[in-house]
Design a protein around this ligand. Structure first.
Ligand code: BV8
Length: 227
């Protein structure tokens, strides 16, 4: 491992798998249980808001019971001890990075957040959300989970682009590389001269875009890599 320079880390559902939260595209993944088009698009929310709220209520309750694992703690140590910035971008919507002491940019939103589709007001999500919930700001029954669905613009893209252009090392951990624009970050970092490392339980759709690979369960290989 190098000894200095900004490290940019992208995490995915694979790092929360060992905290008991489901991934999306493994054989028992969430998208194997329910189609994306029924619960993770704006059209799905218009068509059946109760079904979408039920899906995210179930995940918010599971995330609330989960504890950070050795991967989250190792990344928090790296952020604390590395001599240069360590920027964490996560596709995950749980709060396990924060629970381990990290700061992270949540590009796909957060289960802990609610947003009003009418006035864009944001507030902490209650444990259970329902279509009849009124926005505390404008009073309209237009509240939704603060989640970035397919077809919606992810959060923090300008900041992420800046980090991609000046990081010394780009690391992807626990992500299948199936979803854009996150899956394209490795190519962007590499064309700006960053070294690239993929840490994952198995090879992915974008493995060949990385220079280095560590294969194994994150909670074993990430602490070894960090320490
Ligand atoms: C957008 C909601 C406009 C939150 C999610 C090209 C450019 C831009 C867009 C597109 C494009 N091509 C196609 C698109 C459209 C689309 C897309 O990518 N579709 C895919 C399916 C082809 N993208 C979008 O719609 C995005 N928005 O494009 O806006 C735009 C245009 C231009 C530029 C910017 C914007 C919106 C994407 C966000 C959608 N919301 N979810 C939620 O419900 O959680 S995406 C969903 O997938 C989750 O957020 C999840 O985080 C994300 C990625 O999944 P992973 O985290 O990688 O999880 P997965 O299960 O797939 O993989 C887990 C991996 O872990 C596996 O590899 C496994 O081996 C590994 N693993 C398992 N256990 C372990 C492990 N590894 C280590 N240790 C273990 N123990």
């Amino acid at each position: 491992m190098q000894t200095s320079g900004t490290i940019l880390i992208l995490t995915g559902a694979g790092i929360s798998a060992e905290s008991g939260l489901g991934t999306f595209r493994d054989s028992d993944g969430l998208w194997e249980q329910v189609p994306i088009t029924e619960v993770a698009t704006p059209q799905a929310f218009v068509r059946d808001p109760q079904k979408v709220h039920d899906f995210y209520n179930m995940r918010r309750q599971a995330a609330g019971r989960a504890q950070p694992n050795a991967t989250h703690h190792a990344l928090a140590r790296l952020q604390r001890d590395w001599p240069d910035p360590v920027v964490l971008i996560t596709q995950n919507v749980d709060a396990l990075h924060e629970a381990a002491g990290s700061t992270a940019l949540h590009m796909h939103g957060a289960l802990s957040g609610a947003v009003c589709a009418a006035c864009d007001h944001r507030w902490p999500a209650p444990a259970l959300m329902a279509p009849s919930d009124a926005c505390p700001h404008c009073g309209k029954a237009a509240t939704r989970p603060d989640i970035v669905w397919f077809g919606e613009m992810p959060h923090h893209l300008p900041a992420i682009d800046r980090h991609l252009s000046d990081c010394a090392l780009f690391v992807a951990i626990g992500t299948s590389g199936a979803v854009y624009p996150a899956a394209g970050f490795v190519a962007e970092a590499a064309c700006h001269g960053a070294a690239t490392l993929e840490i994952n339980a198995a090879a992915t759709d974008v493995s060949e875009a990385f220079e280095q690979h560590i294969i194994g369960p994150a909670s074993t290989v990430v602490p070894d890599w960090v320490d």
